[in-house]
Design a protein around this ligand. Structure first.
Ligand code: PLP
Length: 441
């Protein structure tokens, strides 16, 4: 049923997440349907999806194979207990994930979101060292401007001040690496920035400060999305891997947005050819259609727990919906859709066109940086003095009125379209954004 876009009075009960609720409810923006690259609004407009929902609908919207798999599974086995019982679909999906994961990743622990994947990986890291007889390794290292979801572990290792400062003292025993955003050195980067690999050396400083024997894990996003697309400088991730290995510290890649083809490879780990000990995933795993996440681990991490009497539970952790049958069926259908349509290769092929289109905005009004990688792009705007975020939010609203969906974080416009986007749709998205910027105060 179509809703009245202007109707303000029945929107009170739903307290919306990460939303300016009062602004929204005065002038709601409602999607009522979606197909492939477009959303349909409640006032009947077609909006081109420049963000794959929230970086999750990598295969586009309402894909028949995924829809059918969900319908079929719901009618056949709706739910099975996740603890001490199994069902074949979850096992099958795990095998298929491992098939496309980098060599060395062999196990899958299911969650329901990126945030839960992060909490799971952090707990696994601490428990892994304990299982290996190194119980002093409890410290977790994140990074400034990192986003690892919204639960306590994730906001503690995360580095976004507004996500942290309202919520008390968070986890203790956490420290942070510096972020890798160096605008003076790397402005207008196409792909990996040249400068900044040295920022990984700060991990040596943290080791010197705290002692390696206190550090369990380092968690980073290979490409940081939520704080406005921060790219890893050339050599940076390799260095992090070398230093973590040298000191017996686990490396966790948060691949919640980079997983499932966003960079034109199944995972960022393959794109950068750096193998972490764990990868956190969600979003593109089910094309965003059903909540599901997964932590992928090496055999070394998994096997550390496979000890003790066989009747004993090895890991006291899990969720009621871990490996839910309907989510698992959606996951399998999603991976099949990616494969049948070669969507990861497609993303890699169209990425240079995407890059050129984005960088055509370089001389647009207010633009102070453009950066990109795979099918990710960021256009950074000069903030209005004393009113940070306002200019980009105005751009977001104007873009929506012009039938394109972009996302803004701070004064950065971030885009991450479904991997099926065509060249002409890229032209529409970027051309419309250019119009929006031209008219922006
Ligand atoms: C890198 C990263 N980690 C974790 C999350 C949290 O995922 P969720 O919102 O599914 O909890 C996100 C969400 O955007 C993310 O980008």
């Amino acid at each position: 049923m179509a809703l009245d876009r202007k109707a303000p009075n029945d929107l009170n009960a739903f307290w919306m997440p990460f939303t300016a609720n009062r602004q929204f409810k005065k002038n709601p923006r409602m999607f009522v349907a979606a197909k492939d690259m477009h959303y349909t609004t409640s006032d009947g407009r077609q909006v081109l999806d420049g963000t794959a929902g929230l970086w999750c609908c990598n295969a586009g919207h309402c894909r028949p194979k995924i829809t059918e798999a969900i319908q079929k599974q719901a009618a056949e086995l709706d739910y099975a207990p996740a603890f001490q019982m199994g069902h074949p679909v979850a096992f099958e999906l795990a095998n298929r994930i491992v098939e496309i994961a980098p060599a060395g990743i062999e196990h899958v622990f299911y969650t329901n979101s990126g945030s839960e994947s992060v909490e799971t990986a952090l707990k696994l890291a601490i428990a892994y060292h304990r299982a290996k007889g190194q119980a002093t390794r409890t410290r977790l290292i994140g990074r400034e401007r990192g986003y690892h979801g919204v639960n306590f572990g994730g906001i503690s290792v995360g580095g976004i001040v507004n996500n942290r400062r309202h919520f008390g003292s968070l986890l203790n025993g956490v420290d942070h690496l510096p972020h890798t955003h160096l605008p003076d050195e790397n402005r207008w980067s196409r792909g990996q920035p040249e400068h900044g690999a040295w920022l990984a050396d700060d991990l040596e400083k943290l080791v010197a400060l705290h002692g390696a024997e206190t550090i369990a894990a380092v968690i980073v996003e290979p490409v940081a999305g939520s704080t406005g697309v921060i790219l890893p400088p050339k050599g940076y991730l390799e260095k992090l891997r070398a230093i973590t290995k040298k000191h017996g510290i686990l490396l966790i890649f948060d691949e919640v947005i980079t997983g499932f083809g966003r960079l034109g490879a199944p995972f960022a780990s393959q794109y950068f050819d750096v193998l972490p000990d764990m990868m956190t995933t969600a979003k593109g795993l089910t094309n965003g259609v059903i909540p599901m996440g997964a932590v992928l681990t090496t055999a070394d991490v998994h096997d550390a727990f496979m000890d003790g009497p066989e009747h004993m539970i090895e890991l006291f952790h899990g969720y009621t919906y871990s490996g839910n049958p309907i989510a698992s069926a959606a996951g399998i259908a999603t991976l099949e859709t990616y494969k049948e349509e070669a969507l990861f290769d497609r993303a890699a092929e169209i990425a240079p066109y995407w890059e050129d289109a984005l960088h055509s905005l370089r001389d647009s009004r207010h633009v102070i940086d453009v950066r990109n990688m795979g099918l990710i792009g960021a256009v950074e705007l000069d903030p209005i003095a004393g009113e940070p975020t306002k200019r980009a939010f105005s751009a977001f609203l104007a873009a929506y009125d012009k039938n394109i969906l972009i996302r803004t974080t701070g004064d950065i416009i971030a885009m991450s379209p479904p991997l099926m986007i065509s060249k002409s749709q890229i032209d529409t998205l970027i051309g419309t954004l250019a119009d929006v910027l031209r008219a922006l105060d």
